[in-house]
Write a protein that binds this ligand. Structure first.
Ligand code: TXA
Ligand code: MG
Length: 337
């Protein structure tokens, strides 16, 4: 059995972290695998547990706006504006790091990802530890992020104690914005804070760009990420689902938006048509599908509008591995993908 730390025992989680341990912590987005940023050995354990390449930088989690200027330098005015508008909340700012942030956190980069998570337990925990916590999502590298203690336990078992903060309310990882430039910013990873929401705060003075090849490295933007074990397909509507079914004799677990499509699947989760609800349930539904008896997962595409951008991004990466193997092995069968 994993060691579940109840909220009333938050002090024992703080003591573990102060002693150089790794503890899984709740945030509003997903659970994180946390260590004190000032302890190099502790942070190295995160990489080992996750089997994450050592040059993939971690996000640091703070509990107080004053910490922003301690751990980042050369902060543009608009970055303060974003922090004041969206923190605590699902926004990560990439900024030049101060000397207080070791290379072991940033994978040798001169920038650091910073956010203030919107979860009362974790804000209180960071305050008790007295130092920011470095925390990537608490899953094996490239796999589905955890939104409940049971997911963390499935990833790490007894190896990592978990502070129980219930179900994550947002459900997908934070929006990451590179704010190192004075006059523009770049969305490195979309999330539930949409481009529109950023624009509403920034107005017309600061341009918001999409990433290009020169943009900073984000592992969550590798083409295959957030991936189930089973082949995973995206489809738009009943006809495409029928197309997938006609090409494979395999049983289908559907993440569907309509009763019509639900009828065509052996097993299914009927997903919400509002983006907030959908995001909150998505990773749990993907895990349920992956653990089911079905052979493949089929996901009905949500609408292509701004507020679904973060969700679409995760769905496309979840199904990317299937897309590549379909392209390389079944060239005549590209319509399935
Ligand atoms: O919602 C979240 O952001 C969650 C919770 C736990 O806070 N964390 C999370 O961490 O998703 P992780 O490590 O799974 O994803 C963080 C992403 C990585 O893709 C990493 O490459 C990128 O942030 N990142 C971190 N520091 C960066 C930096 N200095 N420059 C560019 N990208 C950075
Ligand atoms: Mg992750």
């Amino acid at each position: 059995m994993p060691n579940i730390i109840q909220p009333k025992n938050i002090d024992s989680a703080a003591l573990l972290l102060q002693a150089g341990g790794v503890v899984a912590i709740p945030t509003e987005t997903v659970y994180g695998l946390a260590a004190d940023i000032s302890n190099e050995q502790a942070v190295r354990q995160i990489f080992a547990l996750k089997q994450r390449p050592i040059d993939h930088p971690l996000i640091i989690h703070i509990c107080d706006l004053n910490q922003l200027e301690q751990f980042a330098i050369k902060i543009p005015e608009y970055a303060f504006l974003l922090a004041r508008s969206f923190w605590p909340g699902p926004l990560t700012l990439v900024l030049y790091k101060s000397q207080l942030v070791g290379d072991w956190v940033t994978g040798g980069q001169d920038t650091v990802g910073i956010r203030m998570p919107n979860h009362p337990l974790t804000l209180s925990l960071i305050n008790r530890v007295g130092s920011p916590l470095a925390a990537p999502s608490a899953n094996q590298f490239g796999k589905i992020s955890p939104t409940h203690i049971s997911h963390v336990a499935a990833e790490f078992g007894e190896r990592v104690p978990v502070l129980d903060g219930g179900h994550c309310m947002v459900g997908i990882e934070s929006t990451i914005v590179d704010a190192t430039e004075e006059m523009f910013c770049t969305i490195l990873r979309p999330g539930m804070i949409s481009e529109q929401a950023l624009k509403a705060v920034l107005g017309n003075h600061i341009e918001i760009k999409q990433p290009n090849n020169k943009s900073k490295q984000v592992s969550g933007t590798l083409k295959t990420h957030y991936a189930p074990q089973k082949p995973t397909y995206l489809f738009a509507g009943r006809e495409e689902l029928l197309g997938i079914k006609s090409r494979t004799a395999k049983s289908v677990y559907g993440l569907v938006l309509t009763e019509d499509c639900k009828q065509l699947c052996q097993q299914s989760s009927l997903m919400s048509t509002t983006s907030e609800d959908y995001a909150q349930k998505l990773y749990n539904a993907l895990r349920t599908a992956d653990n089911s008896d079905c052979d493949i997962i089929a996901i009905e595409r949500p609408p292509r509008v701004q507020e679904w951008q973060g969700i679409m991004d995760r769905l496309e990466r979840s199904s990317a591995a299937t897309m590549y193997s379909a392209v390389s092995h079944v060239e005549s069968d590209e319509s399935v993908i």
